[in-house]
Design a protein around this ligand. Structure first.
Ligand SMILES: *[C@@H]1O[C@H](CO)[C@@H](O)[C@H](O)[C@H]1NC(C)=O
Ligand SMILES: *[C@@H]1O[C@H](CO)[C@@H](O)[C@H](O)[C@H]1NC(C)=O
Ligand SMILES: *[C@@H]1O[C@H](CO)[C@@H](O)[C@H](O)[C@H]1NC(C)=O
Ligand SMILES: *[C@@H]1O[C@H](CO)[C@@H](O)[C@H](O)[C@H]1NC(C)=O
Ligand SMILES: *[C@@H]1O[C@H](CO)[C@@H](O)[C@H](O)[C@H]1NC(C)=O
Ligand SMILES: [Zn+2]
Length: 488
């Protein structure tokens, strides 16, 4: 008995000695342990726990090979301004694969900038009774009208577009200039938008120019159909749109109320689904600008509650939009945003929060405040990394970050997308979804461009098919989350 004990003891001691000696006497770390650690790290990333079928594993290894080649592209698209490399992305084999892939739901798109600028100019502006005006500050306004519009919106001279086009020798050049007016896309972004202020200034102006064009009732209907078509063609099966407060109008200047617009969203989606039976649907997140007053936001919240009770199938919730750095904070609107719980009702929130690099300021608290108001998702969450507590909350509650890489780059939060803060969210397995924010303005359609940036730039070589699968599945799961939260 005693002999056996000593036998085991001395064996154990010997192994300990060897291990110790391996550590102490051998300067090289244990390669086996290293392998385990690397595997463990990969298993923590977004998609690290996803099981792949044999066919998917085959695709994953192909994808890895193709991506490996792309990592040494020069110029490397994610490291450059998207506007300068879009044509390279379009030719990329990874991008082409991403286009074919089912991407789930598009959860962060603004309805005021959701179709390609080509469609807006070549279809919408070619309809009869379209008037245009060039404003003193170098921007545009459109209005459909039976008669010559009155001076308004900084416009003294309105011209009917068909007559204007008839008087031009080069209509194509003119149409191209209209397209340039209606998008931020340009070959020389650094000169056109030297600062965040300059980019946001043009950004807001374009929204104002688009308004008269897309809110004309007949255009509005086709515009929604076109948006669904562009998303569907990029293999997206569901969309949640951030919809602002502008109203649709008719030729005689009469306007429609919000209920009318909601019915149109519902009707056009049904019409679309009749031809595309695998498309799931559209839901609306009401938005107001964050430069409004508390009482105005209160009214908007109240209206959103009413609309949601009346149209629960199509109204998803509520959000605040506009530049966070210059707008009011979520905490500033706390009275308005407490209304639903005061009224003992449910209005899911989908706050833009942390679309800023102003660390430590009032607006920088938006991420935490969004979570304290039980937000269902976080729009952008660019600043989330600065707030470990908020990050933890977002993770444990499964509140996904809506990552819009191209938007963040164009609006100058980050220039080389490999340095996007979501890189750590991705390697840490944080819940994220990918979206496009304002496709018209950024020169994209669908989600594939943003998926490309997230997959190749932010995720790097470690992002794999499991990552893509998890991001797509997250988007469906988050959609279901917001459904259930309002059914409660
Ligand atoms: C615009 O698109 C609509 C719907 O797709 C189509 O019916 C219409 O003919 C187009 N109009 C022009 C001017 O291209
Ligand atoms: C907008 O269109 C006008 C008229 O064609 C043109 O003069 C102007 O340069 C355009 N603006 C931009 C930013 O392209
Ligand atoms: C939506 O469709 C319904 C049923 O076809 C119709 O009665 C209603 O007028 C439509 N609403 C709008 C705003 O077009
Ligand atoms: C949609 O489907 C209807 C009926 O099935 C058909 O008449 C129509 O041409 C289709 N439209 C498109 C754009 O495919
Ligand atoms: C957030 O959710 C918690 C738990 O459901 C609830 O107690 C709290 O009142 C909610 N807060 C707000 C501001 O709605
Ligand atoms: Zn947005």
């Amino acid at each position: 008995m005693r002999g056996l004990f000593w036998h085991i003891f001395s064996r154990a001691a010997l192994i300990m000695l060897i291990l110790l000696c391996f550590r102490e006497c051998n300067p090289m770390p244990d390669p086996h342990q290293r392998d385990l650690m690397l595997k463990q790290e990969i298993s923590q990333q977004v998609g690290g726990g996803v099981e792949l079928t044999p066919a998917e594993l085959q695709l994953d290894s192909l994808l890895h090979q193709v991506k490996l080649k792309e990592m040494i592209y020069s110029p490397f698209p994610p490291a450059n301004h998207f506007f300068k490399v879009r044509h390279i992305v379009q030719k990329s084999p990874v991008f082409k694969l991403l286009q074919k892939m089912p991407k789930g739901a598009a959860l962060h798109i603004h309805s005021s900038a959701m179709v390609s600028v080509e469609w807006l100019v070549l279809n919408a502006t070619y309809r009869p009774q379209c008037y245009i005006c060039f404003t003193w500050d170098g921007s545009l306004q459109f209005l459909f009208s039976t008669t010559m519009p009155f001076p308004r919106w900084g416009c003294f001279v309105w011209k009917r577009l068909d007559m204007l086009r008839a008087s031009l020798s080069d209509v194509t050049a003119f149409d191209n200039s209209l397209m340039r007016n209606l998008t931020l896309f340009t070959e020389d972004p650094e000169t056109s938008y030297p600062t965040q202020d300059a980019a946001w200034d043009r950004f807001e102006k374009i929204f104002s120019a688009l308004s008269g064009l897309i809110n004309y009732a007949p255009v509005f209907k086709d515009y929604i159909y076109e948006a669904l078509t562009e998303l569907y063609e990029d293999n997206i099966m569901y969309v949640e749109l951030r919809v602002g407060q502008s109203k649709a109008y008719e030729l005689d200047g009469t306007t429609h109320d919000r209920a009318w617009s909601l019915e149109v969203y519902r009707n056009i989606t049904e019409q679309f689904r009749a031809n595309h039976t695998d498309f799931i649907g559209t839901r609306i997140i009401f938005t107001v600008h964050r430069n409004l007053y508390v009482y105005q936001v209160k009214q908007a919240v109240q209206e959103a509650i009413e609309m949601q009770q009346k149209y629960p199938d199509i109204v998803a919730g509520f959000d605040l939009v506009g530049r966070e750095d210059t707008g009011r904070s979520i905490w500033y609107f706390r009275d308005a945003l407490s209304l639903p719980s005061e009224m003992k009702t449910q209005l899911p929130f989908f706050f833009h929060a942390g679309e800023t690099d102003l660390d430590g300021t009032d607006v920088d608290r938006n991420v935490l405040d969004a979570l304290l108001f039980n937000t269902s998702r976080i729009g952008h969450g660019f600043a989330l990394g600065h707030h470990p507590l908020a990050k933890q909350l977002s993770r444990t509650r499964g509140v996904a970050v809506e990552l819009c890489p191209i938007s963040n780059q164009v609006l100058k939060l980050v220039s080389d997308l490999r340095n996007h803060p979501a890189a750590t969210l991705m390697s840490d397995g944080h819940p994220i979804v990918v979206s496009s924010d304002d496709p018209t303005l950024f020169g994209t359609t669908g989600l594939s461009y943003d998926f490309y940036q997230a997959f190749v730039g932010i995720g790097g070589l470690s992002a794999n098919l499991g990552t893509l699968k998890e991001i797509a599945m997250n988007s469906i799961r988050c959609k279901i989350n917001s459904y259930t939260s309002f059914e409660k």
